[in-house]
Design a protein around this ligand. Sequence first.
Ligand code: HXC
Length: 516
Amino acid sequence: MAIEGMLKELKEKKDKLKMGGGKKKLETQHAKGKLSARERLDILLDKGSFTEINGLIKHRAVDFGLDKTDIPGDGVITGYGTIEGRLVYVFSQDFTVMGGSLGEAHAFKISYVMDQARKIGVPVIGINDSGGARIQEGVDSLKGYGEIFYRNTIASGVIPQITAIMGPCAGGAVYSPALGDFVFMTENTSYMFITGPQVVKTVLHQDVTFEELGGAHVHETKSGMAHRVGKNDEDTLNLMRTLFSFLPSNNMEDPPAIETTDDPLRETPELYSIIPEDSNKGYHASDVVKAILDNNDFFELHPNFAPNIIIGFGRLDGKVVGIVANNPSHIAGVLDINSSDKASRFVRFCDAFNIPIVTFVDTPGYMPGLDQEHGGIIRHGAKLLYAYSEATVPLLTVIVRKAYGGAYIAMASKHLRSDVVYALPTAEIAVMGPKGACEIVFRKEIAEASNPEKKTEELSEDYKNKFANPYMAAARGYVDDIIDPKNLRTALINSLRVYYSKKEVLPKKKHGMIPF
Ligand code: HXC
């Protein structure tokens, strides 16, 4: 064949590939409010930066008539491109091609980009829109998922792994995201479940909708699977680009620093009014966090899951920091099972990827009660102690108000090797809150008093003056300094400059035992 013929053949094949499952399927995809697999990559990546690989792959399945079925790209588009000029490997499942189901060749393509990403040391982003294991390919599909899960695990803590859920994702399609670092979903069009409503009906005789079982709202608020939810595909992809701007490419690099326009010496007197004088009054922790960060810019993760603690990224002095803050506006900022899980996982991510952590403390303690004890608050709460104790990145802590009991210790205290602990004059650091402490220590005196309520009040006031302040901790050297809130941003920036290049090495071991 002459070269003209060869080029024509090549063009035809590539044009066909671009059409995915064809015009009709694409229209159905759009009618559902979803973008196509290629349109999604166009938004996620810098314009014109995408290079496709393994597009012309062919499956070798023969059962159920697959030997006569052409499956363009085997239902997934893979390759690499850039986000703000930084390299990233990507895969985008194409629901218009056999429901984005995963067969042997499809899995090979995903595994291949994961291998390249790890070899080069760049993040991998997957866009999932898939009915799970391709039923017709049987155990080859399962093998494909196994290969991916293995790679997710080996790459964990080496390169960031980010997933968008952009359709109905069932079975294997949800475990790869769960093994990665961040999951994004889209309102009304994305679902995650291990088995769909039909199977739930058969096995458990329960009627549930897609939305109730695994919609974005469920994973955003109840399961904690989704880190952020976009209003539509475009919104979700732009959120992912923002997240990407805070992440290093791999565990050997620092996260991308920028020149900030925000003065490091900027005072933060707004903290006087944000933090109420009455320590039983709530305030939103993100107001404190935003006041401190460069340009008041805070990218929150899990904003609607366990809102009694907030986590996310921002910058101080142009350098990326991870934020963990008890949030007194929701159940007083208490530490419960979900908030412990949420924060410890985040601390672990920051530690794996060289991101300093700034912790703001205002919590009455770990949550007591039957539900929490039976649900395993001891085990889950221990994760937070473990994560902070093992973290070797710079740890800066601000005790804003309450720091009581185990929660005082867990929230990046000096005793877990935090580098700098500041307290504001409003800080209360003690084993227990005044009332609870007096009712235990002075039980007899209160019982014998003519007016037990008044007696409790008097004793509590006395206790408060003695213990519910930062001075005893400062006297012991458990806090580095008590500072005026208006100087907090500058103090944190100065500390970050001092500790940014800190190096700490843990004892050699195969691995520790996180209280899973
Ligand atoms: C092969 C599949 C498929 C699958 C969908 N399709 N899922 N083909 N294997 N797993 C095909 C459909 O046959 C259809 O083909 C096309 O994709 C679109 O699917 P529809 O059902 O028409 O779309 P929709 O109504 O939107 O429903 C989407 C869906 C549903 C909710 C995903 O298809 C579904 O329930 N699929 C099965 C989901 C599931 O249980 N997967 C788990 C697999 S087990 P045509 O030719 O008609 O266009 C698994 C194990 C791994 O993943 C375990 C690891 C731990």
